[in-house]
Design a protein around this ligand. Structure first.
Ligand code: DSN
Length: 426
């Protein structure tokens, strides 16, 4: 073994090791409320940091372009079979490196350049890869958009149908990054069938809720379902595609060699581990608690006088209209950050403010639910959010809240090696 191979990270690269230590403390002593984030288990971390990172495995199990893939085949088959079992799907491709690449592959499997697609407007909660002009999806294809209703702030399916009738898209894509309500999957499929479109549903945000039975499933309705694996699904940062046997070949070809070369076998191994966790009964309890926590957090914020977009939530996230109280989302994000509560600024539908200074913040419960927090903690956190927003210009008050936040976080350790109380950093 060379000397290089024997060094620990701290010895080999103190600068990176130090950043990692700070990030560990940040994750541990703050309240992570970004709706798209979560904490993986130690087992998932171990697989993600494993020596499978050394392996090339282009191709699929049993049909690889490299030797030495027998154990790569084992983990990929485990991941595929578990994904199919979780979602009741005929086919699963576990190779996409991310949700964006899963969407790019799904489009590539069924579209030609220049074809029309119909997705939810980013400004109304949609995603960049659903047709935004700066994304491959808006450059390579011809994007059209549906919206939420101005009054109810719910998806306007009549508008969606009218646009589909007029534009005859080849793909209708559902799914969102900031939509707190249930989707009408059956209606979308009916509209897609009427105009001869392929119905793709990107369930990235809600996949864990779907898997845990806390949210209806798009899989029986959509021709293709895509997702990330690191949000509510609580796996490593990556992607997944599900479809029926009829589209399996096209999807596999679109992922490799269409969009990607060598798969990340260490991440596929971590996905297999995470999917194994999802199949355990405890995951159902977890998924239900995410939604219960979001509902309590929402009603507590409403009691504190905050307006929630669409009036509440059916899933893991809340979109809070802070501008109604004269606060910009960017100011709210900054103040909450100083108080140890991490959220992100977010546009609300029909926002009159610009994207970098929008009217809302997005708050999610998946990560704190993983730490074991429940309704009692959500009520407390809603109070802190209210206080921090009121006292947003008072750094001393925000620091006081941050200390209280860190005390609470210390009672819900992230990992076993963080179980001994961590000194709250000054
Ligand atoms: N960037 C993700 C989110 O935060 O919702 C979507 O991919």
């Amino acid at each position: 073994m060379t000397d290089r191979m024997a060094l620990s990270l701290a010895q080999a690269d103190p600068a990176v090791a130090e950043a990692l230590d700070h990030e560990t403390l940040r994750q541990h002593e703050g309240l992570e409320m970004i709706a798209s984030e979560n904490f993986v288990s130690e087992a998932v971390l171990e697989a993600a940091g494993s020596i499978f990172t050394n392996k090339y495995a282009e191709g699929y199990p049993g049909r690889r372009y490299y030797g030495g893939c027998e154990f790569s085949d084992v983990v990929e088959n485990l991941a595929r079979d578990r994904a199919k079992q979780i979602f009741g799907s005929e086919h699963a491709n576990v190779q996409p490196h991310s949700g964006s690449q899963a969407n790019a592959s799904a489009f590539m499997a069924v579209l030609q350049a220049g074809d029309t697609i119909l997705g939810l407007d980013l400004a109304h909660g949609g995603h960049l890869t659903h047709g935004h002009k700066l994304s491959f999806s808006g450059k390579l294809y011809r994007p059209t958009f549906y919206h939420v209703d101005r009054k109810t702030e719910l998806i306007d399916y009549d508008e969606l149908e009218a646009i589909a009738d007029r534009e005859k898209p080849k793909v209708i894509i559902g799914g969102a990054s900031a939509y707190p309500r249930l989707w009408d999957f059956a209606r979308m499929r009916q509209i897609a069938d009427k105009v001869g479109a392929v119905y793709i549903f990107d369930m990235a945000h809600i996949a864990g809720l779907v898997a845990g039975g806390a949210h209806p499933s798009p899989v029986p309705h959509a021709h293709i379902t895509t997702t990330t694996t690191h949000k509510t699904l609580r796996g490593p940062r990556s992607g997944l595609i599900l479809c029926g046997e009829g589209l399996a070949k096209e999807i596999d070809k679109a992922v490799f060699p269409g969009q990607q070369g060598g798969p990340l076998v260490h991440i596929i191994a971590a996905k297999a581990v995470a999917f194994g966790e999802v199949l355990r009964p405890e995951f159902k309890t977890y998924a239900a608690q995410i939604v219960a926590n979001a509902k309590v957090l929402g009603t507590s914020l409403q009691e504190a006088g905050y307006r929630l977009v669409s009036g509440g939530t059916d899933n893991h996230l809340l979109l809070v209209d802070v501008f109604e109280k004269g606060i910009l989302g960017s100011e709210a994000e900054l103040a909450l950050g100083k108080a140890g509560i991490t959220v992100n600024k977010n546009a609300i539908p029909y926002d009159t403010n610009p994207p970098l200074k929008p009217s809302g913040i997005r708050i999610g419960t998946p990560a704190l639910t993983t730490r074991g927090m429940r309704e009692t903690e959500m009520r407390l956190i809603a109070q802190w959010i209210g206080k921090a927003l009121e006292q947003r210009n008072d750094d001393v008050a925000l620091e006081r809240i941050r200390q209280e936040v860190a005390e609470l976080a210390n009672r819900f350790p992230l990992y076993a090696w963080l179980r001994a109380p961590v000194a709250v950093s000054a």
